[in-house]
Design a protein around this ligand. Structure first.
Ligand code: UDP
Length: 149
């Protein structure tokens, strides 16, 4: 099954949005297979955001993402990367469509509540950065019979 890495950022945790966000993905039919609270250490931030370290916004991004605990997750589902990117919405919450997490729950790009991998390759890379293989739990959800044709 396809997998993705999702992370509720410190603003999402501090604003009490963890339950609301998990509920949206659960309701869709996606399956959480790993989850943990963690304040990200600097080395993993550098690795996770390797493509952004030279960008002008990176100092602010690093300060924000390490400012408190994140809720890190691995989720499974058919075509999950595309589905979760759609549900998360545009990077800038001001441009994110209503009904998306960022469109409904955030105001500005620097605090956009959640991260989601943008391709299958990125998902595999990000899962490996943040989770050991034994942290991923394999189980069958009872509703799978009525989710997939
Ligand atoms: N970001 C920012 N300012 C910018 C662009 C990005 O603070 O001008 C932050 C923002 O938190 C974003 C993250 O950097 O979520 C990664 O940017 P990316 O373009 O990969 O967006 P995403 O995949 O998170 O939608």
């Amino acid at each position: 099954m396809d997998r993705t890495f999702l992370m509720i950022k410190p603003d999402g945790v501090q604003r009490g949005l963890v339950g609301e966000i998990i509920a949206r993905f659960e309701k869709k039919g996606l399956k959480m297979v790993a989850g943990k609270f963690e304040t990200l250490p600097e080395d993993r931030v550098m690795e996770h955001y390797a493509e952004h370290t030279e960008k002008p916004f990176f100092a602010g991004l690093k300060a924000y993402i390490t400012s408190g605990p994140c809720f890190l997750m691995v989720w499974e589902g058919k075509n999950i990367v595309a589905i979760t990117r759609q549900m998360i919405g545009a990077t800038n919450p001001a441009e994110a469509a209503p009904g998306t997490i960022r469109g409904d729950c955030a105001m500005e790009i620097g605090m956009n509540v959640i991260h989601g991998s943008d391709s299958d390759e990125t998902a595999a890379r990000e899962i490996a950065i943040h989770f050991a293989p034994e942290e991923l739990i394999s189980y069958k959800r009872i509703d799978e019979t009525f989710l997939y044709e």
